[in-house]
Design a protein around this ligand. Structure first.
Ligand SMILES: [Zn+2]
Length: 260
């Protein structure tokens, strides 16, 4: 039997049993496996890994693990002093795009509210459950970051960019994602339909008059409409509430950054 030692850094420890966190984990093996499979067998999905070092050399996912290798595995943004880093995946699109699993509907609405291209559920039939392979394929084909509560989904080889959402409350989840993907400088509110992810365009009042309640028709003059589903939007109570949420989340992210 051969044996390699693994050490995981930062938030990758969230996937390990409590007693293994921050520790060197020894892995015995009698198969010639690539490093990606061996790391995933220890519980860490490849989608969250940014850098792998074997005996202090940066390596790719396909590297074969040898007896007595010392493996260090890093998440995104963990400072590492290593020459000639091997990129595990191409850079993210900017601004990033997302696809979310069915359990993250509120988060999807928040991301759209902030202007981020976010698919959630079936694109033609809103809020329908996607099968796991379809989610993984969509993330792959459209260069989207897959956000999920399902760790197994992040181990699918098709997933290039993925992240396991840790927080349980919708507002905390939004803070977590804004912070993790540095979205705070890329926010552009009220450009995207919260229902379907379509883009909003200005529209003449006469064109949408039949969709308005009498009071709205009387007091509001400026409207936007979703180019996909036709939903009409205007500034009012609802948008003020959303702006409050955005301001609140950005303030929390800023204060967390300053305390780091
Ligand atoms: Zn729409």
């Amino acid at each position: 039997m051969a044996c390699a030692s693994f050490r995981f850094y930062g938030e990758l420890n969230d996937f390990l049993p409590r007693k293994q966190r921050g520790q060197v984990v020894e892995r015995w093996f009698d198969w010639r496996g690539n490093i990606k499979d061996m790391i995933e067998s220890l519980g860490i999905p490849h989608a969250e890994i940014e850098l792998i070092a074997v005996n202090d050399q940066s390596v790719g996912f396909e590297t074969i693990v040898e007896d007595r290798d010392v493996v260090k595995v890093y998440p995104r943004f963990e400072g590492v002093e290593i020459d000639q880093k091997v990129r595990l995946r191409p850079p993210l699109s900017d601004p990033p795009r997302f696809v979310l699993d069915i359990h993250l509907g509120r988060l999807a609405a928040y991301l759209r509210m902030m202007g981020f291209d976010t698919i959630y559920g079936d694109t033609n039939n809103h809020d329908q459950d996607f099968a796991d392979p379809a989610l993984a394929r969509l993330a792959h084909d459209e260069d989207r970051i897959l956000l999920t509560r399902d760790i197994g989904l992040l181990k699918r080889s098709m997933v290039t960019y993925g992240y396991w959402v840790r927080s349980m409350k919708p507002r905390d989840r939004l803070v977590e994602i804004v912070e993790r993907f540095e979205l705070d400088t890329r926010v552009s509110p009220f450009v995207r339909c919260i229902r379907c992810n379509g883009l909003l365009e200005p529209v003449e009042k006469e064109q949408v008059l039949d969709q308005l309640m009498p009071d709205t028709a009387r007091y509001i003059e400026v409207f936007r409409q979703c180019m996909e589903c036709g939903q009409v939007y205007w500034r009012g109570m609802h948008t003020r509430r959303m702006q409050e949420i955005i301001d609140d989340v950005l303030a929390v992210v800023k204060s967390q950054r300053m305390s780091e």
